[in-house]
Design a protein around this ligand. Structure first.
Ligand code: AMP
Length: 399
């Protein structure tokens, strides 16, 4: 292999996902996942050259998980020593106000990521563990941290500020940080290029609809608003998260249901959204229930798509109009019902999709609006691993 590659690592609390990305073609040369780290039986899956290698075994910690991944590269290929790995790119969820772009990891960067754990207690410690074991096992390759919040670092103050006591907000760093920034940046830029539009004069709404879901308003290439806030709980209805809710629901449940803060946290983050409304977090199953006449599922799709529509309206208002709407991620790329329902009845706002163009799953960028639609609606597949790989390359190239 002569072209350069980046090993992209996404380390979660009990998992490590990875992809070896070839920079020239953007292709994933190999990919895999380690799951159930710390549990009695863990699993590994490694895919390369059309072959999947799987293992089931106890994986006590992330260090052992990554060691196993490196030995899978040796056994199942490709040989990392010959893959011209120019960097390891680590996804980090919360960069706070400390990071507005990707950085080369050193001890100081590790310390700051650790410090930001208070804002992302589920994610940053796991991301940092991945970085530490990665640096220990691959010491000769530069490691780059790529932050999910960076694209939203320069949000206008009016978008980032919560209307609460200023001193409390400042002391506890309460503001809107956003998330999925790598995807919003990748898609907003990519879609402008795909349409042959000048990014500087394009107003785009990006709908990243996966199991987690968020929407951003991007004006001239800059994020001017986004739906996720202090944490990824705010905004759209998601697989298991409620999205926007009156904060008084928390007081109500605490005072009247006797629920603890941890129980309410669990309720709103893991037992709400589509899961709370239907028992299923996957929209495919929700649609099946609708087909079988399930009224709860029908309501769930109504709640889900109405929230998206409300955000489209408010972000179009914030930007004084919208030139492009881009759907991306698992639901955005695959679910034609959600796309159609979210944009239903918006002809008066110059937004009209062509139901034939919209039909089915989209693996390639596809325009789904009618010729008459003033706003161009596009399905644009995201590729967060490629985006992280490119950002990591930018950092090591500039050294
Ligand atoms: P992501 O987090 O981007 O991987 O998206 C995962 C979600 O995408 C799943 O929970 C499903 O709700 C949704 N999804 C994936 N494939 C399809 C499909 N073919 N049709 C509808 N929804 C899908």
């Amino acid at each position: 292999m002569t072209t350069q590659t980046v090993l992209v690592v996404n380390s979660g609390s009990s998992s490590i996902k990875y992809q070896l990305v070839e920079l020239g073609t953007g292709a994933a040369v190999a990919s895999g996942v380690v799951e159930r780290i710390g549990e009695p039986t863990g699993s590994l899956r490694h895919v390369h050259g059309g072959t999947t290698t799987e293992r089931e075994l106890h994986i006590p910690d992330h260090g052992e998980g990554l060691r196993r991944v490196l030995s899978l590269f040796e056994v199942a290929g490709p040989d990392l020593a010959e893959a011209n790995v120019v960097a390891v790119g680590h996804r980090v969820v919360q960069g706070g106000m400390a990071f507005d772009g990707p950085v080369l990891v050193d001890a100081e960067v590790e310390r700051k990521i650790d410090e930001l754990s208070a804002l992302a207690p589920l994610h940053n410690p796991a991301n940092l563990t991945g970085i530490r074991v990665g640096r220990a096992l691959l010491p000769d390759v530069p490691h780059v941290a790529v932050f999910d919040t960076a694209f939203f670092h320069h949000l206008p103050a009016a978008a980032a500020t919560y209307a609460i006591d200023r001193e409390v907000a400042a002391t506890y760093k309460v503001r809107r940080y956003g998330a999925h920034g790598t995807s919003h940046q990748f898609v907003s830029r990519g879609v402008a290029e795909f349409l042959g539009r000048d990014l500087a004069t394009t107003r785009t709404i990006v709908l990243h609809l996966g199991n987690g879901a968020s929407v951003s308003a991007v004006d001239g290439g800059h994020a001017v608003d986004t739906s996720m806030g202090l944490t990824p709980l705010e905004g759209l209805v998601m697989g298991t998260r409620t999205g926007d809710i009156d904060p008084a629901v928390v007081f109500h449940l605490s005072r009247n249901a006797g629920m603890s803060i941890d129980e309410i946290d669990d309720l709103l983050n893991r037992r709400s959204g589509l899961k709370g409304l239907t028992g299923h977090n996957d929209l495919r199953e929700v649609h099946d229930l609708v087909e079988s006449g399930d009224e709860d599922a029908r309501l769930a799709v109504d709640v889900y798509t109405r929230r998206i529509k409300k955000y489209i309206g408010s972000y179009a208002a914030v930007m004084g109009g919208v030139d492009v709407i881009a759907f991306t991620a698992g639901v955005g790329e695959n679910d034609d019902i959600v796309r159609a329902r979210s944009l239903e009845g918006l002809q008066g706002f110059g937004i009209e999709i062509d139901l034939e163009r919209n039909a089915g799953r989209k693996k390639e960028p596809t325009v789904i609006s009618t010729e008459a639609s003033a706003t161009t609606v596009v399905v644009y597949p995201t590729n967060e691993e490629l985006a992280i790989a490119r950002q990591a390359l930018d950092v090591v190239r500039d050294r």
